[in-house]
Design a protein around this ligand. Structure first.
Ligand SMILES: [Zn+2]
Length: 267
């Protein structure tokens, strides 16, 4: 009797085990085909207003030239309209609309900055030019790269900064910041070995030299470099503002700041 019971128990156990194995096999058969997930690499996004490499002359000192640049047919500078790339900003000449925000903002799309450029927004044209400048900078120095420490400050953040720790001369008053125009970046340099360089002219280096000679090619200008008496704000070596290549080159060629140029033509 016991043997019969044991036999039927083991028979039952083996039957269940067999069923389980069959079921497992059947399920394995169902999922044996691998699911192919096709992922397309994301195409880089480029915004190019004008591409015309035929009129570009090479410069002697810098053989690496931009692949493209923004060329503005019959450039007329507009220092007054809020949306203008040459909007002149200081405490006597603020935005007409103190809450002005441009409509063409994009994250800076560069793979060649030391930090994540996409965390910072500029107006599309300025960002594209900055990305091109960053790429050539990194190529010129075999991997030493620009580091963006700041791009846009909203007027709300600007208020906060002023209240917290900024003197009015250091952080632009509300409605007078080139950062609020979404046309300015604050930058420094980090080498491929991890060493930091500021762009302070008191400690000139090959990086500040290159930007001094080269940033205008991309439309960027160091707005605050001659002191508060000249520029209306204290010197800010890290600051670069996009003004169009045409105007930035005039300033560089004449060793003028934006404020000097503006005051010359308005007096
Ligand atoms: Zn700045």
């Amino acid at each position: 009797m016991r043997i019969a019971l044991l036999t039927s128990f083991f028979t039952f156990a083996f039957a269940m085990l067999f069923l389980a194995l069959v079921q497992n096999y059947a399920q394995a058969g169902d999922t044996s085909l691998p699911t192919l997930v096709q992922t397309q690499p994301k195409a880089p996004v480029r915004i190019v207003a004008f591409v015309d490499t035929s009129v570009r002359e090479s410069t002697a000192d810098y053989s690496v030239l931009p692949n493209f640049w923004f060329q503005h047919s019959s450039p007329e500078f507009d220092f007054d309209t809020d949306t203008s790339f040459q909007k002149y900003l200081n405490s006597d000449h603020p935005f007409d609309d103190s809450t002005y925000t441009p409509t063409d903002l994009l994250p800076i799309d560069s793979n060649f900055t030391a930090n994540n450029s996409k965390a910072f927004k500029l107006r599309a044209e300025a960002g594209t030019q900055f990305a091109d400048m960053a790429r050539h900078f990194r190529n010129a120095f075999s991997g030493d790269r620009l580091y963006i420490s700041s791009a846009y400050r909203s007027s709300g953040l600007q208020w906060y900064l002023i209240k917290q720790w900024c003197a009015m001369i250091k952080c632009a008053a509300i409605g007078t910041s080139e950062h609020q125009a979404w046309l300015a970046v604050d930058i420094k340099v980090i080498t491929k070995w991890g060493r930091w360089y500021s762009l302070d002219a008191a400690y000139p280096n090959k990086y500040s030299d290159r930007l001094k000679a080269n940033a205008a090619e991309y439309g960027f200008h160091n707005t605050y470099q001659k002191g508060i008496e000249v520029d209306g704000k204290i010197i800010e070596w890290r600051h670069r503002r996009y003004l169009w290549t045409e105007l930035a080159k005039i300033l560089a060629d004449n060793n003028q700041t934006f404020a000097e140029y503006y005051n010359t033509i308005n007096n």
